[in-house]
Write a protein that binds this ligand. Structure first.
Ligand code: SF4
Length: 312
């Protein structure tokens, strides 16, 4: 099972594309006893394969709380943990090499140039950090208006950026920036085929290689979110395709939901005929109602990449 744990929605920024936009001043903290019980149950039912911790902004939470949170997670899971931060004003403990064991914790910094507030400060903090940094960008209209060669050169200029991922933007109950799946595909094609050599791992290429080899699991059957209220949740979509979170009453409910979703996707007119069903780039399947602007499995991007790496 993959878990995304949100200890708090509280954030020191308010980005217009955030999935939690209306909740960013909520100071509620995830009750760690509840987290402990969830992890115990999940681990016994479906071994934990991956965890990410994000928010809100984790780097502004008290160090004692964050340490206890990590200790509870470490009781159940020894694999890689991603910490996602905006890195605007991280507390000092973030810079202590022993606070997060670098063998287990990987730092992901959300960096979107001037499309996100305080980007100069974030860049200064990145440069001051001793460890490896993985960059996460969101493909908003603002980011996709940037010059790709300049972006790559900028990331190359840093001493510690080891990977860059550009995530697709998805509309939610909080915001809708009108981005089409095909906009993301065109941008990523240019990003992948840019002339400037990338001196970092390009995560989208890694994901695309997984799609093509068939090793990617795209079904909605292995990912649960844990919210600051202590709920286990899943992402669902309203009739306009905007995502929202729904509470699960139990793990059993999750597995029933996963089976129903799989049937629904297999019966979808487009997915059922698609080569990439079950292994496409989607992070959460949604009903494909038309394919003119592609889909959130990014079918056209996978087709393009397959030909890009092995032209016929
Ligand atoms: S690539 Fe698109 S059409 Fe194909 S399975 Fe994924 S979501 Fe469905």
């Amino acid at each position: 099972m993959k878990l995304s744990i949100t200890p708090s929605y509280l954030c020191n920024l308010k980005c217009n594309f955030c999935y939690y936009y209306d909740w960013l001043e909520d100071r509620k903290l995830l009750d760690l006893d509840i987290l402990d019980r969830h992890l115990d149950e999940i681990q016994r039912t479906s071994p934990i394969e991956y965890i990410d911790i994000y928010g809100g902004e984790i780097s502004i939470l008290p160090p004692t709380y964050v340490r206890e949170l990590c200790s509870i997670i470490e009781k159940y899971y020894k694999g890689e943990i991603s910490i996602v931060s905006n890195f605007v004003r991280p507390e000092k403990y973030f810079f202590h090499e022993t606070f997060f064991n670098p063998q287990q914790y990987k730092l992901f910094v959300s960096y979107d140039f001037d499309c996100r507030q305080n980007h100069n400060q974030v860049w200064t903090n990145i440069q001051a950090y001793n460890g490896d940094i993985n960059i996460l960008c969101v493909a908003t209209p603002c980011l996709m208006s940037k010059n790709i060669e300049d972006m790559i050169q900028f990331f190359n200029s840093s001493h510690n950026i080891v990977s860059v991922d550009i995530k697709s933007y998805s509309s939610s109950m909080h915001n809708d920036l009108g981005v089409k799946w095909s906009n993301y595909e065109s941008f990523m094609q240019k990003w992948i085929s840019a002339k400037t050599k990338k001196q970092f791992t390009c995560r989208i290429e890694y994901n695309l290689a997984e799609c093509i080899s068939g090793s990617r699991n795209a079904w909605n059957d292995n990912h649960i979110f844990i919210s600051p209220s202590g709920n286990m949740e899943i992402i669902q979509f309203d009739p306009n395709g905007r995502e929202y979170f729904t509470k699960l009453e139990s793990l059993d409910e999750f597995f029933k939901y996963a089976n129903l979703e799989k049937e629904k996707i297999k019966n979808n007119i487009y997915c059922s005929r698609c080569t990439w069903i079950g292994k496409c780039l989607t992070e959460q399947y949604r009903e494909v109602l038309e394919i003119n602007n592609s889909c959130n499995g990014f079918k056209n991007l996978i087709d393009w990449y397959k030909n890009y790496v092995s032209p016929v």
